[in-house]
Design a protein around this ligand. Structure first.
Ligand SMILES: Nc1c(NC[C@H](O)[C@H](O)[C@H](O)CO)[nH]c(=O)[nH]c1=O
Ligand SMILES: CC(=O)[C@@H](O)COP(=O)(O)O
Length: 191
């Protein structure tokens, strides 16, 4: 379903786990800061709306979206956080640079999710025009920063619950039957 068919800011607060004890890192790109600041506000407001204490939100800035990878890596290595959001806005220019930045950031953030134990949420707009970015950072399609904060809360909870289960060494919990993840159903871990 494309963004135009859903509002990025809409979420069911009653369906979320408590986030008051979670700590979140947010790495923000300074490129297109008129957009990334709006995305950050959406994320921050959603955290605060879900009782995350302001002091539990750690923000770092990096020059551009490509640097989100290194910034998130150092955040994970040095800060006690339950999830990290990377925020960027990449807009098509005249050259192929857009393609390489977008692909590089996507693969780099994917790698962090594979190689580390902390969820890293991908809040990077990859748009054709500035208007598309405006529409998705608090405009007519809502705010992707809000969506990212809700994802961060949900993933921090999944990580917390998974840490309570038996260590199925070498097994993928999602396929071993130990973890049933149904949409909207609280996580139930089976021994
Ligand atoms: N054109 C955009 C960039 N480009 C800069 C790169 O992200 C990077 O900072 C540079 O290549 C140095 O390593 N970054 C964005 O976030 N958005 C753009 O539209
Ligand atoms: C994503 C970019 O780096 C791009 O916006 C830079 O613009 P250009 O391709 O015109 O150099």
């Amino acid at each position: 379903m494309a963004t135009i068919n859903k509002n990025l800011s809409v979420y069911d607060k009653s369906a979320l786990p408590s986030a008051k004890d979670f700590r979140f890192g947010v790495v923000v790109s300074e490129w297109n800061e008129n957009i990334t600041e709006g995305l950050y506000k959406g994320a921050e407001d959603a955290f605060l709306d879900n009782e995350v204490p302001a002091q539990n939100i750690i923000r770092w800035n990096v020059p551009g979206s490509f640097e989100l990878i290194y910034g998130a890596k150092k955040m994970l290595q040095t800060q006690k956080v339950d999830a990290v959001i990377v925020i960027g806005c990449v807009i098509q220019g005249q050259t192929k640079h857009f393609d390489f930045v977008c692909e590089g950031v996507t693969q780099g953030i994917k790698d962090l999710n594979v190689q580390t134990d902390i969820p890293v949420i991908f809040c990077v707009l990859t748009d054709n025009t500035m208007q598309q970015s405006i529409d998705r950072s608090g405009g007519i399609h809502g705010n992707k920063g809000t969506e990212a904060a809700i994802a961060a809360i949900k993933m921090a909870y999944i990580r917390q619950q998974a840490s309570l289960t038996h260590d199925y060494a070498g097994q993928n919990l999602l396929t071993s039957g130990a973890m049933q993840l149904d949409e909207g159903t609280p996580l139930e871990l089976k021994e």
